[in-house]
Design a protein around this ligand. Structure first.
Ligand code: DAH
Length: 353
């Protein structure tokens, strides 16, 4: 039967064309060409009416077989092309999660801020308030009420920037003691620390005209040197390590009596003697003393009833010791190569960091 031969030929044609198909669009065109509503198979089936019943049956069977075969072959190639396309997409969009990420620079606190915050946290935990005072201060608060009357020789130790006869840039945070006592009248207890900027006409590798101090003041009944010593020992251990000891050396400050210079045992050599502590085994960290009766009296506190202790420390000096900084000016130049050394320091115990 001619028509069956014809189907065989068409089948071969389809195979040839399918072997050349390499994309879904071409495959779809072929599908339409063979299986579409006006496609080859449909056209063949339209010729069926001219056949005898027997031929119809025979032809119908062949045509159906061919149709099913064509559908199966086309679908198989479609599956293959779909898979190839998916693989191509997967490999071109692949993400290597093991590749290193892009480093994002994050900011961090300045080393001076870190030291201040570390000290603040310690004192807040002991019930102190953190207070601030103005940087432009009166001669009265910066000196006179601190028992440094005009012409007092101890004023020489603090070369000052005067704005006029009565106003100056504060040379120390001690006037905040006065402000706090005056504001509290004779209320006790007073427990404050005061961080802030101070100004002196001074500049070299270990001094700048502007620097930072933290002042401490406690006023109450029965406050003694023992309280001062215990407090400063805690401070020294927080800053320089839990094995540190402190020692008091007699000193002179007009606003305290007695006055002490406080040293901490060297955290680098543990007191053996090294270049950091200039072979003394001790590092000077702050000035302190019992609040002078004249100061208490001037601020409305009866020195027969109340006593107090005070201390003052340089934050830059503390940071220099703690972090091994040799030139104070590095702290203020704001060179990121310097500052980034403090990125990972979060103000903890120096022996634990
Ligand atoms: N104000 C002093 C200074 O700048 C430091 C100081 C010493 C503060 C003894 C105090 C203190 O409160 O009791 O040198």
């Amino acid at each position: 039967m001619d028509i069956i031969k014809q189907i065989e030929n068409i089948k071969q044609d389809l195979d040839v064309q399918l072997s050349k198909v390499d994309n879904l669009k071409a495959l779809n065109d072929l599908r339409t060409k063979y299986l579409g509503r006006k496609g080859i198979i449909q056209q063949l089936s339209e010729g069926i009416s001219e056949l005898s019943i027997k031929e119809k049956k025979e032809f119908g069977r062949h045509l159906n077989q061919f149709k099913e075969l064509a559908i199966a072959k086309i679908n198989k190639i479609q599956d293959k092309l779909n898979e190839e396309e998916l693989n191509k997409k997967l490999s071109s969009e692949a993400i290597d999660v093991t590749l290193p990420g892009t480093k994002v620079d994050t900011g961090h606190s300045h080393p001076i801020t870190k030291v201040i915050e570390e000290i603040e946290l310690l004192f807040i935990s002991m019930g102190y308030d953190v207070v601030e005072g103005p940087e432009v201060e009166t001669d009265l608060y910066n000196f006179e009420l601190l028992n440094l009357p005009k012409g007092h020789p101890a004023r020489d130790a603090q070369d000052s920037f005067y704005i006029n006869d009565e106003m100056l840039l504060r040379t120390q945070t001690s006037p905040v003691q006065i402000r706090t006592m005056l504001a509290n009248k004779d209320k006790t207890p007073i427990r404050i620390i005061c961080p802030g900027k101070v100004y002196r006409r001074d500049e070299d590798a270990t001094h700048t005209h502007q620097f930072t101090q933290i002042e401490g003041l406690v006023v109450d009944k029965n406050i003694s040197v023992a309280h001062l010593k215990g407090t400063l020992e805690l401070l020294a251990r927080k800053l320089f390590g839990k094995d540190r000891t402190i020692r008091f050396r007699p000193s002179y400050f007009p606003f305290t009596e007695p006055s002490f210079e406080v040293d901490v045992s060297c955290f680098k050599c543990s007191g053996e003697g090294c270049s950091l502590c200039k072979h003394t085994g001790w590092l000077e960290i702050l000035g302190s003393g019992m609040v002078h009766p004249n100061v208490l009296r001037a601020c409305g506190y009866d020195p027969e009833v109340y006593t107090g202790f005070a201390f003052g420390m340089g934050v830059e000096r503390t940071a220099m010791l703690k972090y091994g900084i040799t030139d104070i000016r590095d702290i203020y130049i704001n060179d990121l190569r310097f500052l980034d050394n403090f990125n990972y320091i979060d103000g903890g115990d120096i022996n634990e960091s």
